[in-house]
Ligand binder design. Structure first.
Ligand SMILES: Cc1cc2nc3c(=O)[nH]c(=O)nc-3n(C[C@H](O)[C@H](O)[C@H](O)COP(=O)(O)OP(=O)(O)OC[C@H]3O[C@@H](n4cnc5c(N)ncnc54)[C@H](O)[C@@H]3O)c2cc1C
Length: 145
């Protein structure tokens, strides 16, 4: 019996599970894949995301795992035409401690969140796909493939 069932161990599910675990809410994350997604979809995180990750207790690990975005190169017919900054860093950051995105692959962010979840006593059940739910006055029953 869990208070919350989180479907999917992507960055959203893992971040939610960390937030619940640190508040003492008993939650189970269920992921249909056999492990965390190993590929790199997201290449980096935005300043506001870094603030959230700080709050979840993984800011230092994210900082250590990544770095600033590199300068982008422009090529035509195999000849380098020049370069440009991918992000405009001239804007004032306001009250955010960060002013630019941080390049860290999504798979690494997920590993870091999963490690934080384990540290807080949370769990991920891999290899289980939610296929249905039923609800009554007592609670919700989940069915898995
Ligand atoms: C090419 C590309 C580049 C991107 N670049 C960036 C970037 O630079 N920065 C950035 O922040 N974002 C980027 N994104 C977006 C980012 O990848 C997504 O926003 C992020 O993956 C969403 O996370 P999520 O946890 O909501 O969903 P997902 O990552 O899709 O995770 C959902 C999980 O739920 C599981 N699941 C689904 N259904 C079930 C079920 N019934 N039972 C059990 N498990 C289930 C899936 O297996 C999956 O692991 C990019 C995306 C793409 C495609």
């Amino acid at each position: 019996m869990y208070d919350v069932l989180v479907i999917g161990a992507g960055p959203t599910g893992l971040a939610l599970a960390v937030d619940l675990a640190r508040r003492g809410v008993r939650a189970l994350v269920v992921e249909r894949a056999e492990g965390l997604f190993p590929g790199s979809r997201g290449k980096g995180v935005q300043p506001r995301t870094r603030e959230v990750l700080d709050d979840l207790g993984v800011g230092e690990a994210i900082a250590a795992a990544g770095g600033p975005y590199p300068v982008a190169m422009v090529w035509q017919d195999g000849v380098r035409q020049g370069e440009h900054q991918m992000f405009d860093d001239s804007e004032e950051p306001g009250d955010s401690p960060y002013r630019e995105p941080w390049m860290v692959p999504q798979w690494r962010t997920q590993q870091i969140l999963a490690a934080r979840l384990a540290e807080l006593g949370g769990e991920v059940a891999f290899g289980r796909e939610l296929v249905g739910i039923t609800q009554d006055g007592e609670g919700v029953t989940a069915d898995f493939a």
